[in-house]
Write a protein of this length. Structure first.
Length: 132
């Protein structure tokens, strides 16, 4: 079982959906999707995001070609910038975090409690309440 979308054949269905949502021309998308389907590729994203079995080398090569073609349909959006400075400019202002004594006391207390519980619990871990 594969646990990642790192394989090109798993990315194609997601890219088709994303481009449709972004308003890419449906006639161009449908033509690419038809070629992908005829090659044996899936157009529905697997529930886990990764297909259960690896694709053949031929299908994987076709997926790479299709992804390159789909990338050509992407259009930049003024509403969704790509550069960090432009993205940061759209973020709402955040208040400065409080670094007062109360915050320190809470974190310190939580850390001490966790440390003590882990340390003192180890010797009796997995021993039933009735004892040995």
């Amino acid at each position: 079982m594969r646990l990642t979308w790192a394989q090109p054949e798993d990315l194609v269905p997601a890219e088709l959906v994303a481009l449709r949502e972004q308003g890419a021309p449906d006639d161009e998308l449908s033509a690419i999707e038809r070629v992908w389907t005829q090659a044996g590729g899936a157009t529905v994203l697997a529930p886990s995001g990764a297909s259960a079995t690896p694709a053949s080398p031929e299908l994987r090569a076709e997926a790479r070609r299709v992804l390159d073609e789909l990338q050509g349909l992407q259009r930049p959006s003024a509403d969704e910038p790509d550069e960090w400075d432009a993205i940061a400019a759209l973020l709402p202002a955040q208040p400065e975090p409080s670094v007062g004594d109360a915050a320190f006391d809470r974190v310190h207390g939580a850390w001490l409690g966790r440390s003590a519980g882990c340390l003192l619990g180890k010797p009796v871990e997995k021993i039933p309440r009735e004892g040995n």
